[in-house]
Design a protein around this ligand. Structure first.
Ligand code: SF4
Length: 255
């Protein structure tokens, strides 16, 4: 049995504390936990089988440069299995949350002013309204896990509320289906300023395996202004925690 898994079992027995120490300490992932793929270009023989098997077009090879689009990847491992050279491996940590392309440079003076203003308004407390905009419920189960004794986000000053009028942040899952677009806009319009939006999961970022469906949009960005993206299908609870902390400036963006 790997040492980290053994520690996960023995620590609660020794200390009486079951709660994760994440993000103060790295997340403990079981060996079988699904993660983002990473390409070791030095081992790659140019076969590119991985590109052909990817169901969402997340992995690409352009002029010798491999790219894995975290917002499209559904963590299916097909690329890992398909690579004859064993050049496609898996990230050692949960997929990091990130800001949308084109968002203000977090280091810029304007972004820093916004971060300070948001922190002044929200302090270290964060009230979250969860909105399902057409998901399969995989991401929603991971969000529900944030409140269990292991992840326990209330220890970080984060709590979920029933009304958007009480919320600082809208946590959205799903592709933004046609029938939920108006409900999403009305929910967002009900929130007081400053308000933040976090897209959770491949569907909310890019449409995931439903991209191109006439029944919805390819993600929520066409309907709501997104501040932070949390990749995964579904994302691990640790990635969602990181996304929430990143949105309110309590974590730096991953480089
Ligand atoms: S894990 Fe699946 S979805 Fe992600 S890049 Fe590989 S093949 Fe594509």
């Amino acid at each position: 049995m790997p040492l980290d898994v053994l520690r996960r079992i023995l620590d609660p027995l020794r200390t009486g504390i079951v709660t994760s120490r994440y993000p103060a300490e790295p997340a403990l992932l079981a060996p079988a936990a699904r993660r983002l793929p990473v390409v070791d270009a030095a081992r790659c023989d140019g076969d590119a089988s991985c590109v052909g098997v990817c169901p969402t077009g997340a992995i690409t090879l352009n002029e010798g440069v491999w790219t894995v689009d975290a917002g499209r990847c559904v963590l299916c491992d097909a690329c890992v299995d398909a690579c004859p050279a064993g050049a496609v491996g898996r990230l050692g940590s949960p997929a990091p949350a990130y800001r949308p392309a084109g968002a203000a440079d977090p280091a810029s003076a304007a972004a820093e002013r916004l971060r300070v203003a948001v922190a002044a308004k929200l302090g270290r407390s964060l009230h979250v309204r969860h909105l399902d905009a057409g998901s399969c419920n995989g991401c929603d189960w991971e969000i529900a896990a944030l409140l269990n004794p292991y992840h326990d986000v209330q220890r970080l000053g984060i709590d979920f509320v029933a009304s958007p009028r009480h919320a600082d942040l809208l946590l959205v899952t799903g592709i933004m289906s046609r029938n939920l677009r108006e409900a999403a806009l009305r929910t967002y319009d009900s929130m007081a300023e400053p308000r933040l939006v976090v897209a959770v999961g491949a569907c909310a970022i890019s449409g995931g395996v439903f991209a191109g469906s006439p029944e919805g949009d390819d993600g929520i960005a066409g309907t709501l202004p997104v501040d932070v993206l949390v990749p995964g299908c579904p994302p691990r609870p640790e990635s969602i925690v990181e996304g929430l902390l990143l949105a309110v400036g309590r974590r730096p963006a991953a480089s």
